[in-house]
Design a protein around this ligand. Structure first.
Ligand code: RVP
Length: 496
């Protein structure tokens, strides 16, 4: 007979936090949002912690190398999307690990055989007028020259003119040697009145470019999430199909933690993937798994050796899995249930397996709710997609701007491996949509404001850490009438 859970499947909007005593030391400046991301034994310190409990979704429209750098700078982690070739995902990871403030890895590169037409098209696409000319057109090939807007005249030069005829060739370039500091690079830029200084290795391969305008970036954010070599920490998505090839490439590129990306993680495919990774690399390679929405799924993946477990099916803003397949669970109920399983597992085994609430965050306070319900960290797609740093186009829309945001289960993403559960490849029906989200400006600003709200709510609840919040929190279920009471009501709003 069917096993029916009579408790309704609830979502974040159905709960509110009740305040507790705020002691005088409980102020925003004293709130610490550090949180574990990988399993650890009782009494031991977790090997990997986040400085803020945020991760960005494993999605084409959210997490590339630029998002990863911006988020790690703020103390969180991105998981680079895996619905791309192994080489290009590994290259994104490498770019994050190579990143140094002020040192740009060029994404505008051509070869001497390209034409003025190619230069103009690249400029149109990237907005960059300085281009590195390398032997093979790659970002780390042998440097043969540079092209800037001053090297050609659109009105006079034929479009098929070869780059080698108008570039500034390598022998006339002033370059910096790899290992140079930003302030030394800037001295060279100023002394020689340059706009850009290519940095090369001993074989004259391009490593970075330093631009005149970037000098002010040379300051560290104290929250930055860094590895022991002071490089930004970055995660990478994998799937349970090509992991035997993808994982070694990502590990080699420097990924700090991996995560199996699937809409439904309670599967033998995931257990096989985790076990393969753990047997090949002992415990040196960390891997998260998911998604699950209840105890059994959690226990299965924890036993298989997952370092963290993601929660959420069908709650993502672009996700239509519940409509298409009738499977899933309200995100709040899922988090509460899995958090209980995590705590029981800890009591029974002495192993703490962090959990991540993935998807369905609409308002900032939903993050505080997810944490208070037991999540160690959250994963967000829509939230990050709106920032400048996401990989998608910013488009004029009415009086403002929007950014594109599409699901990994949409036709656009073509992410077959996420949905086919190891069966015959190919997406038979869509589980996601292609959409816009309101443009949200710079990540630093938006995230800064969200963090302030979370910390301030935690102070209202008398909590200075996420653990204290989880231990002391009191939550109340709201009625639909009290929801109306919670917004502006019974007044005529100005400016509308
Ligand atoms: P949201 O933050 O609500 O936009 O949700 C993001 C999450 O939605 C992702 O981390 C992922 O778990 C899920 N997702 C991604 N693509 C799709 C889909 O196409 N159905 N769902």
């Amino acid at each position: 007979m069917a096993n029916i859970i009579n408790e309704p499947s609830r979502t974040f909007g159905e709960y509110l936090l009740l305040p507790s005593l705020t002691t005088k030391d409980c102020v925003v400046e004293n709130v610490d949002l550090k949180t574990p991301i990988c399993r650890f034994k009782k009494g031991e310190k977790p090997q990997l912690t986040l400085n803020i409990p945020f991760s960005s979704a494993i999605m084409q429209s959210v997490s590339d190398n630029n998002m990863a750098i911006a988020l790690a700078k703020n103390g969180g982690i991105s998981f680079i999307y895996c619905s791309q070739s192994i080489e290009s995902e590994a290259e994104m990871v490498r770019k994050v690990k190579k990143y140094k403030a002020g040192f740009v890895i060029s994404d505008s590169n051509l070869t001497p055989e390209n034409t003025l037409q190619d230069v103009l098209e690249l400029k149109e696409r990237t907005g960059h007028s300085t281009m590195a000319i390398t032997e093979d057109g790659s970002s780390d090939g042998k440097l043969l020259g540079i092209v800037t807007g001053r090297d050609y005249r659109i009105t006079r030069d034929p479009l098929d003119k070869k780059v080698k005829e108008f570039m500034t060739p390598a022998e006339k370039l002033i370059v910096g040697k790899e290992g140079i500091t930003l302030s030394e690079a800037n001295d060279i830029i100023w002394e020689n009145k340059l706009n850009a200084l290519p940095i090369v290795d001993e074989n004259f391969n391009l490593v970075y470019t330093v631009f005149r305008k970037d000098y002010s970036e040379d300051k560290d954010n104290p929250r930055s999430l860094l590895d022991d070599q002071k490089r930004y920490v970055v995660g990478a998505g994998i799937n349970s199909r090509d992991y035997k090839e993808r994982v070694p490439a990502l590990v080699e590129a420097g990924a700090d933690v991996l995560c199996i990306d699937s809409s439904e993680g309670f599967s033998e495919w995931q257990a096989d993937t985790i076990k393969w990774i753990k047997s090949k690399y002992d415990d040196t390679v960390k891997v998260g798994a998911g998604n699950v929405v209840e105890k059994e799924g959690f226990k299965y993946l924890a036993d298989a050796g997952a370092d963290f477990i993601k929660i959420g099916i069908g709650g993502g803003s672009i996700c239509i899995t519940r409509e298409q397949k009738g499977i899933g669970r309200g995100q709040a109920s899922a988090v509460l249930d899995v958090a209980k399983a995590r705590d029981e597992y800890f009591e029974q085994t002495g192993i703490y397996v962090p959990i991540c609430s993935d998807g369905g965050i609409v308002l900032d306070y939903h993050i505080t709710l997810a944490l208070s319900m037991g999540a160690d960290f959250v994963m967000l797609g829509r939230y990050f997609a709106g920032f400048d740093e996401s990989p998608t186009a910013k488009i004029k829309y009415g009086n403002g701007y929007v950014k594109e945001y599409w699901g990994e289960g949409s036709n656009r993403a073509r992410n077959w491996a996420r949905y086919d559960l190891g069966g015959k490849a190919g997406l038979q029906f869509e589980e996601g949509v292609d959409s816009y989200v309101p443009y949200a400006g710079k990540l630093d600003d938006g995230l800064g404001s969200t963090l302030h709200k979370i910390k301030s709510t935690m102070c209202n609840c008398g909590a200075k850490t996420i653990k204290e919040l989880q231990q002391n929190v009191r939550l109340t279920v709201v009625s639909s009438t009290s929801l109306t009471e919670g917004g502006a009501h019974d007044v005529i709003l100005k400016n509308q």
